[in-house]
Design a binder for this molecule. Structure first.
Ligand SMILES: [Zn+2]
Length: 203
């Protein structure tokens, strides 16, 4: 254990250690948060602890799209206002949030919970690909939008899915790729620039 942690109360060092395990929280931030909670009203710590506990107790995955939900089907799958003929495939539940934030898309989703990555030992059977193919069997889906990440793993996954889905006669589309809004050409990486050129449109 860190020498400094031994000098503090056990409960303090315990919380610092636990917070430090969270992504993006370094030892300094963990320390700051812990001492903040120590000074804050007890109510705040209780609400935080309850929120953390109910996260695991109440949240489950939608049995159709595998987005996070508190019931068997998520709000999107249950909604009559969504286009049930379109599925947007994403890697993580937080991608659904990002796309919903744009308010442009009104179809359904499918969360893969990862991407194919031979280097990290993630194969096609480790993410929700079979479950996606199952959803495409009844002929009710006319378009699948591949919205995986733009990194190597995301691209590999999109290519693999395209190969599986195209023969079913379902339209497969891909999010338009190009330079991020507000970016400068000279700082763009090669792949992005190549994409931006290949995907160029009439002005
Ligand atoms: Zn769902």
């Amino acid at each position: 254990m860190n020498q400094n942690l031994i000098l503090t109360a056990a409960a303090v060092s315990k919380l610092i250690q636990e917070l430090n395990k969270l992504p993006g929280i370094g030892p300094k931030s963990a320390q700051r948060l812990t001492y903040y909670l120590l000074r804050a009203p007890e109510e705040q710590s209780r609400l935080l602890a309850e929120a953390i506990l109910s996260l695991k107790q109440k949240v489950t995955l939608c049995s159709i799209c595998f987005n996070v939900t508190e019931s068997d089907l998520c709000l999107i799958c249950r909604s009559d206002h969504r286009q049930h003929s379109k599925i947007c495939v994403v890697e993580q539940p937080q991608d659904v949030l990002a796309l919903e934030h744009t308010r442009i898309y009104s179809g359904l989703y499918h969360v893969l919970h990862g991407a194919i990555s031979p280097t990290e030992g993630v194969g096609t059977g480790d993410i929700k690909i079979d479950e996606l193919m199952e959803r495409l069997q009844d002929g009710s889906i006319d378009e699948v939008i591949l919205a995986t990440n733009t990194n190597l793993e995301g691209e590999q996954t999109a290519m693999y899915l395209n190969k599986l889905i195209s023969p079913l006669g379902i339209r497969v589309t891909h999010l338009a790729r190009g330079l991020p809004f507000g970016s400068e050409l000279e700082y763009a990486d090669d792949v992005t620039l190549t994409r931006a050129l290949e995907g160029r449109q009439e002005f």
